[in-house]
Design a protein around this ligand. Sequence first.
Ligand SMILES: [Zn+2]
Length: 146
Amino acid sequence: MNLVSNNLVDLAENLRGLGISPTKQRIAIGEVIFSRNQHISAEQILEKVQKADASVSKATVYNTLNLFVEKKIVRELIIDRSKVFYDPNTDFHHHIYNVDTGEIRDISAESLSVTGLPELPSGVQLEGADVVIRVRSKPVESAVSV
Ligand SMILES: [Zn+2]
């Protein structure tokens, strides 16, 4: 389910359909996340939500994000321990991450294939094999003197 660009009535309706009670705070958080395709951190979400409603606490934002991830309407993208982003695009896809600028871009699932997965331990099944390609900006070439 992709909730990006849902209007508010639909958002509340969709949350209800997933068994999530559409509280004012959850709607405010959903509004920020689903406003467009983006990769947004919990801190950025908190900042935006609090601009609209200062009563929304950090704990509420984190709890709501966990709930949205659990219900698979938001995907958690862990770049490293200190960089976790939330992605409203839950279709299977990969990412390019620029370590210099922090920019994250989507790569379509078709443009990259993961082959040669190792044999999985017994008792588990594959959940996904999504890839983060890390890049850095090329050094600026000094002007060529003639
Ligand atoms: Zn993405």
